[in-house]
Write a new protein. Sequence first.
Length: 232
Amino acid sequence: MTAPAWQADPYTDALRTGRGPLFLRRPDGWLLPLEVERWCADPDDADQTVLERCRGAVLDIGCGPGRLVAALAARGQPTLGIDVSPEAVARTLRLGGSALHRSVFDPLPLEGSWSTALLMDGNIGIGGDPWVLLARVAALVAHDGVLLAETAPHDVDERVQVRVYDGSAQGSAFPWARVGTPALLDYAESAGWAADQAELWTVAGRAFVALRRAPGALQNSPESLRRRSGLM
């Protein structure tokens, strides 16, 4: 597996300083702003609605600089963040959270027993194939586990190659996805989640979905999901 694109220097530099500008850049030049300042701040009101729904042991996938991991740890809730960026992991540890430098498709502690999994800040895009990611997360949580995901605030279903870009330098290209709530529910239905029981809410222009793992969900191996997503 090649080095994760989120280790690109523009992203690392932004996390070190705690500020942007930083973007995901498509080949056609379109830019998606990344909210580095918000990620590096304390949880806001929208984040609090997610934290309030966390139950049991929490796995924060793509934890970034660790604001949610640290907030949950401060409440005494067992929480682990994972991220492919060493700087993100280092910042999370400095905040007092627990974190590993790991991809969601790598072997992880307590597989199949996490009570809550988080995919925040656009992380439903990890790997560029939402179905693969949702199926992997279904294998990570317990039989009654819950996924709390943030979706695009509009109806979109896009898979693209992007680069991390700071206005001058950019990293290597990697696959990414953007999905709104309707698309997420479509993918979830066949990826091991009870989409018909989803809870939907919006706060301050941000959209969220809570999904419960479907009874008898099929367990796809990490190796098969890696192959499907092209990560092997």
